[in-house]
Write a protein that binds this ligand. Structure first.
Ligand SMILES: [Zn+2]
Length: 62
C-alpha cells in the first residue's frame, strides 16, 4: 500500500502544458521546458508554443 501512496504523491499535477493544443497535465518531478513563467511538456510543444515550424531547408515551405 505504501507504494500506492508514493505514486499518488508523484502524480500530483502542478500545471498544464502551455501549448493550448496539448494542455497535458504536468506532474511533480516531470522534466519540462520553461518559457518565461509557463511550462510545456515536450520539445514539440515548445516549438508549437513559440510558433516555429520544422521544414526541410531549401525545399520551400511557408
Ligand atoms: Zn504539451
Amino acid at each position: 500500500m505504501s507504494r500506492v501512496l508514493n505514486l499518488a504523491a508523484e502524480d500530483e499535477v502542478l500545471d498544464y502544458c502551455a501549448n493550448e493544443t496539448c494542455g497535458k497535465e504536468i506532474y511533480f518531478g516531470q522534466l519540462v521546458t520553461k518559457i518565461g513563467h509557463e511550462l510545456v511538456c515536450s520539445g514539440k510543444c515548445l516549438v508549437e508554443k513559440i510558433g516555429a515550424v520544422t521544414i526541410i531547408a531549401g525545399k520551400g515551405g511557408v
